[in-house]
Design a protein around this ligand. Structure first.
Ligand code: RB5
Length: 144
């Protein structure tokens, strides 16, 4: 399992915590930035992460901004990408089980670190249920 991670200035305080969390689970993680707390535009980093996930088949992404909203909207513009904004373990597990999301988004201004840990645990341990859910995912991906 490999993750790409990116944030904006409003999500960067959580980046090192998440990287350590993944490394402690022996999950490979590549930090796509930013590398300072200077103000940046979240669409740039959403696009960078979404394209990395698209090009590296089977990989996953984590995007963090203030709310997670802008990151998820921007990442979903990349063809083939399903980015899910999650607020708790339930939404994170459903994002994998029903929506087959490859990218997990959340907001540093919305969820605390304990919730982040449970969100990530749920996202990495839940498998797609397949069947009717995959049929629906295919319908999403056919929308142009
Ligand atoms: C930055 O202030 C903020 O707008 C951004 O991090 C994010 O929450 C956008 O959706």
């Amino acid at each position: 399992m490999k993750f790409y991670i990116a944030t904006d200035h409003a999500g960067i305080n959580y980046k090192d915590f998440v990287i350590e969390l993944l490394k402690n689970k022996n999950i490979e993680v590549e930090d796509l930035g930013p590398y300072s707390k200077d103000r940046v535009d979240y669409p740039d980093f959403a696009q960078k992460c979404a394209k990395a996930v698209k090009e590296d088949s089977g990989s996953f992404g984590i995007l963090i901004c203030g709310t997670g909203i802008g990151m998820s909207i921007a990442a979903n513009k990349v063809d083939g990408i399903r980015a899910a904004l999650c607020h708790d373990a339930y939404t994170a597990s459903m994002a994998r089980a029903h929506n087959e999301a490859q990218i997990l988004c959340f907001g540093e201004r919305v969820v605390g670190l304990g919730v982040v840990e449970s969100i990530i645990d749920a996202f990495i341990t839940t498998q797609p249920e397949g069947g009717r859910h995959t049929q629906r995912v295919k319908k999403i991906m056919a929308i142009k």
